[in-house]
Design a protein around this ligand. Structure first.
Ligand SMILES: Cc1cc2nc3c(=O)[nH]c(=O)nc-3n(C[C@H](O)[C@H](O)[C@H](O)COP(=O)(O)O)c2cc1C
Length: 191
C-alpha cells in the first residue's frame, strides 16, 4: 500500500492479524504488553503475556494470580488500558476496554493443564504477588500445600477502542478505531 493511500480498514485488519499471531509467537513484539488499571485513583501499570485474542469479539486475554493487586483492581474497577509496541513495525497500539474475569471452570482447567511446570510455579508462591517476602529471604518459596490452580485466573479485555500509531519519516499516522460502532468508526487523529 502506498504511503498516502487512505485505507484505514486495511491498517486495522493488519494489526488484528498481528495481534493474533503474537499469541503463539513468543518472539513477536506484541507477545508482551502493558496493562494499566486504576488502584483507587492511582494508575498502576505492569507487563503481562498475551494469551488469547478472539478477533470476532475484539477480546484479548492474559493469565494472572487471583491474589494479585491487579486482580482486585479490575474487580473493583474494570476500566483497563493495554499498550503494545512493535519496534520492528514502529507501531504502537493503545487499547481501551473493560476487564472481565473468566468464570468458566472447564476452560480454566484446560488452560491450567496446558501450562508447563515453570508457569504453574508462578501461582504456587507462599507470599501472594506483590506481598512482602519474609526477612532473611530474597525470593518467594513455593508452597507445598498449594497446587496453584486455586490462584489461577484469566482476565479478558473487551476492547472498545484501538488506537494505532505508525511512526514514519514522511509523517506519523494515527488512527482511532471505535470497535463498538457498527460499522467500525475510523478516525485519523493528530500525533
Ligand atoms: C516479561 C514479563 C511477563 C509477565 N507476565 C505476566 C502475566 O502474564 N501475568 C501476570 O499476572 N504477571 C505477569 N508479569 C508480572 C507483572 O508484570 C507484575 O510484576 C506482577 O504480576 C504483579 O503485578 P500487580 O502487583 O500489579 O498485580 C510479567 C512480568 C514480566 C517482566
Amino acid at each position: 500500500m502506498s504511503f498516502h493511500q487512505n485505507k484505514p480498514d486495511e491498517i486495522f485488519k493488519e494489526e488484528l492479524n498481528d495481534l493474533h499471531s503474537a499469541v503463539k509467537d513468543a518472539g513477536h513484539d506484541y507477545h508482551l504488553f502493558t496493562i494499566a488499571t486504576v488502584n483507587d485513583k492511582v494508575p498502576e501499570i505492569r507487563t503481562v503475556v498475551l494469551r488469547d485474542f478472539i478477533i470476532k469479539k475484539y477480546q484479548i486475554s492474559f493469565h494472572t494470580d487471583t491474589r494479585s493487586p491487579k486482580y482486585s483492581q479490575v474487580k473493583s474497577n474494570p476500566a483497563i488500558s493495554a499498550l503494545f509496541y512493535s519496534t520492528q513495525k514502529r507501531t504502537q497500539l493503545r487499547i481501551h476496554g473493560n476487564a472481565t474475569i473468566c468464570k468458566d471452570q472447564n476452560l480454566l482447567n484446560t488452560l491450567w493443564s496446558n501450562l508447563n511446570k515453570d508457569s504453574r510455579e508462578c501461582y504456587q508462591g507462599e507470599v501472594p504477588p506483590s506481598g512482602n517476602i519474609p526477612k532473611s529471604k530474597i525470593i518467594n518459596d513455593t508452597s507445598s500445600e498449594m497446587n496453584g490452580f486455586e490462584n489461577f485466573s484469566r482476565v479478558s479485555i473487551e476492547i472498545s477502542t484501538i488506537e494505532i500509531l505508525r511512526l514514519h519519516h514522511l509523517g506519523h499516522k494515527r488512527l482511532l478505531c471505535d470497535v463498538l460502532k457498527d460499522p467500525i468508526d475510523f478516525q485519523w487523529i493528530a500525533s
